[in-house]
Design a protein around this ligand. Structure first.
Ligand code: C2E
Ligand code: CA
Ligand code: CA
Ligand code: CA
Length: 392
């Protein structure tokens, strides 16, 4: 850790210099002055615990002010690498916003000194760094998805999940689709990544659940208890930042009257790895609502097996890659068999995903796989088609 001790009156940095370091004031006080091109203007007097000199380090522009010690000061030196490290890890949109703000700040400083009312025109361009010009397109995409959500254009589709033993319809997974006026049906891969980054995915997931719950209950013959098809909803990892999602799910269960024992909440392994304690709390709270928890895309990431005994999961969804691979590759078949045996030993229900042909069905059934999902049984369909299927 580099510490600088300076006497009263010493210059810390000067206007016009390149900015290599920022400083955290340990003790003493510092004055920031600008006005090389006119009468000096004191911009700030800062003391212990405050940061100075960060602007030029962040935006690579020459320093637009001079810093002087007003009394003996102790400064902690923060190198460019350290500060830049934080910026590189930040969301590109956030770091772009920071650059825009610094550019505005520099213009405001100049206007203060020159007492001009010039309207800055180049500020936003100045702050754009190569290759980052499209970060605002993320913001625009986000606004479009937000509007689609508000207009009801994000709707649940329903993919059947069948009991492999009897071939009977057991439930549906809800999968979101954007019914776009020009682009037609937009698939989740085209908008979920943006919604994940902006956090909008949380509102989308809840909206999809609410509409799906109402649509299933409105289906003739759906009943309102044990014979209601179960709904398996997707819950993004970004819900795990807090426990709010539990109250929100509870409110939808209450409003719609959907029987919670017919609800399965799909989460992915990534959540268990990233926030193990929060994930455990959320899983237990979902149980508290009377619903079940499914581990989605099982087998595709991390050291899956170790999570099974740490988290009280109810359902395993075996990823499509295993189902597809087991027909051709003995090793994949062996792994799938081991997963099913383990699930059996732990008393978990299993759903095999992505079943496109009937060849694998008898093998999966013999290995003890309860449920199947895939094009063989039905593609994701809109609510009216789901309702016809339930009524038939
Ligand atoms: P997922 O949760 O693993 O969903 C299964 C995906 O596999 C779906 O893609 C489904 O249409 C597709 N699929 C089902 N059966 C077959 C098959 O037999 N063959 C093939 N090739 N594909 C099959 P989809 O609908 O495009 O969704 C993609 C992903 O987007 C989902 O993967 C899920 O991670 C995410 N997603 C979809 N809807 C939502 C949502 O409402 N909320 C959240 N958080 N994520 C969602
Ligand atoms: Ca899923
Ligand atoms: Ca899946
Ligand atoms: Ca998937």
């Amino acid at each position: 850790m580099d510490v600088l001790q300076l006497e009263a009156g010493a210059r810390i940095f000067s206007e016009g210099e390149p900015g290599d370091h920022a400083y955290l004031i340990g003790s003493g006080s510092v004055e920031i002055v600008t006005g090389r091109d006119g009468p000096p203007v004191v911009l700030a007097r800062l003391g212990a615990g405050e940061l100075i000199g960060e602007m030029a380090v962040i935006d690579d522009h020459p320093r637009s002010a001079t810093a002087r010690a007003l009394e003996p000061v102790e400064l902690l030196v923060i190198t460019r690498d350290v500060l830049r490290g934080y910026l590189e890890r930040a969301d590109p949109l956030l770091s772009r916003l920071l650059h825009v703000l610094i550019a505005r700040m520099r213009h405001a400083q100049r206007a203060l000194v020159q007492r001009t009312d010039d309207v800055p025109s180049a500020s936003l361009e100045d702050s754009a760094e190569g290759g980052e010009g499209d970060v605002f397109s993320l913001l625009i995409d986000d606004l479009k998805i937000r509007q689609a959500l508000a207009e009801g254009a994000l709707e649940p589709f329903f993919q059947p999940i069948v009991e492999l033993g009897s071939g009977r319809l057991a439930g549906f997974e809800t999968l979101v689709r954007w019914r776009h006026p020009e682009r037609g049906l937009v698939m989740p891969a085209d908008f979920i990544p943006t919604a994940e980054r902006s956090g909008l995915i949380r509102a989308i997931d809840l909206h999809v659940f609410e509409r799906a719950a109402r649509a299933v209950l409105a289906a003739q013959g759906a009943g309102n208890g044990e014979d209601t098809p179960f709904l398996s909803i997707n819950l993004s990892g970004s819900h795990f930042a807090s426990l709010d999602v539990i109250d929100q799910l509870a409110a939808i269960i209450e409003d719609t009257g959907f029987p919670p024992q017919r609800l399965k909440v799909e989460i992915t392994e990534g959540v268990l790895v990233a926030h193990p304690e929060r994930a455990l709390a959320v899983i237990e709270a979902i149980h508290g609502l009377g619903a079940q928890v499914s581990l989605d895309d099982f087998g595709t990431g991390y050291s899956s097996l170790s999570y099974l005994h740490r988290f009280p999961i109810d359902v395993l969804k075996i990823d499509r890659s295993f189902v597809v691979g087991m027909a051709e590759h003995p090793r994949t078949a062996a792994i799938t068999k081991a997963m099913l045996q383990l699930a059996g030993a732990l008393g978990l229900q299993v759903v095999a995903e992505g079943i496109e042909t009937d060849g694998v069905v008898p093998r999966l059934r013999d290995l003890g796989c309860h449920y199947g999902q895939g094009w063989l049984f039905g593609r994701p369909m809109p609510a009216d088609a789901m309702q016809r299927l339930v009524a038939s």
